[in-house]
Each structure stands twice: as C-alpha cells, then as structure tokens.
Write a protein that binds this ligand. Structure first.
Ligand code: NAD
Ligand code: MLT
Length: 320
C-alpha cells in the first residue's frame, strides 16, 4: 500500500522532488485548500503537509482516520491542534529553524521601514509628491531594542541588532541565564526578568514568541500602555498575541510612534481592519518566511523528515 501524502499549501519543488523519488509515496499537491474541501479529502491520507493557511482542527484530525503524520512546513504550530493529534496518536512535526533567518530579516526590515517611514514616503512619491519635510525618521543606532522571545528567531534578531550598534534587552522564560544564549550574543544581550522590565527600556519592541494559551492576547491595551511613549512595536511572530485595534488607537493618540505587523489575528485580513487602515501602521501579508532560500530549506527539511519518518522510523522535528 502506498503512503498517501496530501500537501495543502504547496511545497518548494526541491522538497517535492525528494518526496517523488520515494517510490512508496503517492502525492496530492495543492496550492490552497479550503476547510470544507480538507474535511472531504482527509480520510484517504496517511500524511498531511501544511503551512500556516490550513487549519488542522480537531474535526480534521478526527476525520483523518488513516493519518499517521502531520508535517508543518514551517515553525509555528498554532494552526494545528497538537493535543487532539496526540490523543489520536498522530505524530506532529515542524521544520523549526529552517525559516528563522528569513523571519528575523523581515523583523529587521520592518523595523527600518517603521523608523524611516519607507512605505509612506514611497507612496507619497508615487502619488506625485516630493515631500521631504514630513518624513524625518529616527536612527536605529544607539536605540534600545527589546526582544521578547529569544528562541531561534529572536536570537538572530538580537545578533543583527547588535551589529547595527543597538542596545539589546530581552526576556524569555526559558532563558534564565545569558550562558544559555549562543556565544556570539551572550555578553551583549541584557536579559531581564519580565516583559514589563523590557517595555520600560525599549524604544522598539519586537515579538518572537509562539501563540499558545499563555501568550494569547498578551499585548492587550494595558500592556501596550506600559511601552515607552513614542515607542515602536514590530510583530513578525503571530496575530493573536496583540490587540490590533488597541495598537491602531495608540498610534492615533501618539502613544506609539510606529508599528509594523507581518501577522494578524485573522488571516487573510478581512477589511475593515483599524490597524491595516491606520496610516502609521506598516503591514505585510505574512511574508516572514517568504524568501526563496527559506522556502527551499523548509521544503527540503520537511521532505527529508517525512522520508525518515515513514521509511526509517526516524523522529526528527517531532513535537509530540
Ligand atoms: P522558538 O520556539 O525557537 O522560540 C520562541 C521563544 O519564545 C522560546 O524560547 C520561548 O521560551 C519564548 N517564549 C514563550 N513564551 C514567552 C513569553 N511569554 N515571553 C517571552 N518569551 C516567550 O520559536 P521561533 O522559531 O523563534 O519562532 C517564534 C514564532 O515566530 C513562531 O512560533 C511562529 O509563530 C513565528 N514565525 C513567524 C514567521 C512569519 O512568517 N512571520 C516565520 C517563522 C516563525
Ligand atoms: C512559520 O511559522 O513558519 C511562519 O508562519 C511561516 C509560514 O508558515 O509561512
């Protein structure tokens, strides 16, 4: 019997080639799959491969009577009901660090875009204006960057910010001691004991924590008010961590000077979103991992992990 693999959000060709060369695999590759279609399809498959668009709900898992493996081609697994999968003895894996560099670079890109109002100046010029007076920005050099979450992505962001001559302060409940950080940033990131301590110091706050029960809605209005007056907020982690309406209000009131978001509570964003429409907010449609290099790495890593799992019983990238 072949191992039937359903890929619902596409996968890089090099990853597909690895899967195709495995004779026991039968592939069904789709670029996008809606929820109703997935529920109809899933009973026939041994393995489901998704990015962030497909929601692998309890219902999908219960209908997946043949499922043995759910492979998240990416990092965040908030779109997969891992508990339901575990109860049904279905293995869940991700490709943890394969797109970390891309996501970190997106955070740095958004930070500069916000500090210098690059999209707003670009728009203004495309509209025929030559407006230099309204786009005086701020420099990153010498500013304090608060990194919340110093896992795979937060560490790279911290490293790049140090290279930019920024002061970096961080908080991560799993990093109690700087010796847990990689040698190149160990002595250069000042670890704090709480989010509040970071918010008191940071001119720019960048989020790199997962969306889990404990972090859902973490950046509500009260917490946003703890940020310094005129601070910037960058979210390349997950929608759902932040109250987007509150950010829009605080941009309008001037409490926040800028915000740049790659991820949103509802994706695709349904209009009207107060945040997306706010002139001071810079937004990108979940592009953090969308580089040629990251997608190649993710596709190859996911494919190699799946081959290892089904043909050699390996458990690389397994989360449950
Ligand atoms: P990771 O697991 O390596 O690191 C996350 C870190 O956050 C961990 O060290 C954890 O201890 C820490 N953390 C948990 N709760 C926290 C809290 N309350 N305060 C501070 N830190 C906390 O994950 P990663 O690979 O660095 O990715 C982080 C998140 O970024 C992913 O979960 C995913 O949602 C998101 N992501 C987004 C994109 C994108 O396209 N925009 C790409 C990749 C990942
Ligand atoms: C991730 O968690 O890896 C990101 O959201 C990127 C993605 O899946 O597109």
């Amino acid at each position: 019997m072949p191992t039937k693999i359903l890929i619902t959000d596409g996968l890089a060709n090099d990853g597909l080639d690895i899967l195709k060369s495995e004779k026991s695999f039968e592939l069904d590759v789709r670029k996008a799959t809606d929820a109703a279609e997935l529920l109809k399809l899933i009973p026939g498959y041994d393995c489901l491969v998704v990015r962030s668009a497909t929601k692998v709900t309890r219902e999908v898992i219960e209908k997946g009577t043949q499922l043995k493996l759910i492979c998240r081609a990416g990092a965040g697994v908030d779109n997969v009901d891992v508990e339901a999968a575990t109860r049904k003895k279905i293995t869940v894996m991700n490709t943890a660090s394969a797109n970390s560099q891309a996501a970190a670079e997106q955070a740095i890109a958004l930070m500069f875009a916000a500090l210098r109002q690059v999209p707003q100046a670009h728009e203004s010029m495309k509209a025929g204006r030559w407006d230099r007076a309204n786009f005086t920005g701020l420099e990153a050099t010498g500013k304090t960057l608060g990194v919340l979450g110093l896992g795979n992505i937060g560490r790279i962001v911290a490293d790049r910010a140090i290279g930019l001559r920024m002061k970096v302060v961080g908080y991560d409940p799993l990093v109690k001691n700087p010796s847990q950080l990689p040698a190149e940033i160990r002595d250069k990131v000042a670890m704090r004991n709480s989010i509040e301590e970071v918010l008191k110091e940071a001119d720019i706050v960048t989020l790199h924590l997962p969306l889990i029960k404990e972090t859902k809605g973490l950046f509500n209005r009260d917490r946003l008010m703890q940020m310094k007056d005129g601070a910037f907020l960058i979210n390349c982690a997950r929608g759902g961590l932040v109250d987007e309406d509150a950010v829009a209000d605080l941009l309008s009131s001037g409490k926040l000077r800028g915000a740049a978001f790659d991820v949103f509570a509802e994706e695709p964003v349904k209009s009207p979103s107060k945040l997306v429409q706010n002139a001071k907010a810079i937004v990108t449609p979940h592009l953090g991992a969308s580089t040629a290099e990251a997608q190649l790495r993710v596709g190859i890593t996911a494919a190699q992990q799946m081959v290892g799992f089904f043909t050699r019983g390996e458990r690389t990238g397994v989360l449950n």
